[in-house]
Design a protein around this ligand. Structure first.
Ligand SMILES: Nc1ncnc2c1ncn2[C@@H]1O[C@H](COP(=O)(O)OP(=O)(O)OP(=O)(O)O)[C@@H](O)[C@H]1O
Length: 277
């Protein structure tokens, strides 16, 4: 990285973020960053605050205090629909596909950053609108090809397996050409084979597009295998963060089963930085 490059702010930064729902503190002073081109996984037991963290980044939930920054710009007061213009796209835990639209049309629906045809030209079916529609469809087909679903473009999503529907959801996020992708439980409901395909897919995307990813995941093995860095939340507090191999050495209970998660001693086996708060 150049000297100038190293001064760039992280793509995403949370500074001392606290979220309270009435008397319940869902996030308690969480600070973290997602550097450019990195994949950061957020793990922790049910109710730890993982989804709340994504909601805060997306503007669905306002922090009670603290700050969220994208490329160094504070998102104070931003709305979810403004996120795309900042290069942020999110997938939801529930797939949210339109059952009456084809796979390609579902993907096109994610292209909020693309120039729109405008109501009047579309209504009058003017050639300019047709051209834009065709260009958008071509983009959707290209993205579907990237996730291995080119031949499903004209099917309804209900015809696809759960794993393939999740790939459509990924394609719908990718068509907006995000620089930061937020994934809410991408491995949920996937078989072991589908999980390893998804890992390979995300690794390819990251390499090709310098995409930064923050994902929330219950499947700790998946997150540990894929992510450059892992953040562990428990009861709204960030209790550990660092490379998976280092965090795995720490005594946290990621699956909430009371057995101490990775077990063993906390430490810094290979010189990587790990924080236990
Ligand atoms: N809108 C809300 N109103 C009140 N409490 C909420 C709201 N959203 C979340 N909570 C509470 O905040 C805490 C954190 O919830 P959150 O969904 O962020 O956890 P999580 O780690 O994503 O859990 P899971 O793994 O089960 O999805 C929980 O105690 C939850 O009940």
């Amino acid at each position: 990285m150049t000297a100038a490059g190293s001064t760039l702010p992280p793509l995403l930064e949370l500074r001392d973020v606290r979220v309270a729902f009435g008397g319940l503190t869902a996030l308690d002073g969480v600070s973290l960053s997602v550097p450019r081109g990195r994949v950061v996984g957020v793990i922790g037991p049910a109710g730890a605050g993982k989804t709340t963290m994504l909601d805060v980044v997306c503007g669905r939930v306002r922090p009670t205090s603290g700050e969220v920054l994208v490329r160094g710009i504070s998102l104070h007061g931003h709305r979810p629909q403004q996120l795309a213009s900042l290069g942020v796209a999110r997938t939801l835990q529930r797939l949210g596909l339109f059952s009456h639209l084809t796979v390609a049309e579902n993907v096109m629906a994610g292209a909020v950053r693309m120039p729109r045809a405008g109501f009047l030209p579309t209504l009058l079916a003017l050639p300019r609108a047709d051209r834009r529609e065709r260009a958008l469809r071509a983009r959707a087909l290209a993205v579907l090809d990237r996730v291995g679903l080119a031949d499903t473009a004209d099917l309804l999503p209900g015809r696809l397996s759960h794993g393939d529907q999740k790939r459509v959801v990924l394609a719908r996020a990718l068509i907006a050409e995000p620089s930061l992708l937020l994934l809410d439980e991408p491995a949920a409901g996937l078989s072991a084979a589908e999980m390893s395909e998804l890992s390979a897919q995300l690794a390819t995307l990251r390499a090709a597009d310098a995409l930064s990813v923050m994902l929330v995941e219950h499947r700790v093995d998946f997150a540990m295998g894929l992510c450059d860095d892992v953040v562990v939340l428990d009861s709204g507090r960030l209790i550990a963060q660092g490379p998976p191999a280092v965090v795995a050495l720490g005594a946290f209970d990621a699956d909430g089963d009371g057995d101490g998660g990775g077990g063993g001693e906390a430490g810094d086996a290979d010189g990587d930085e790990v924080a236990h708060v």
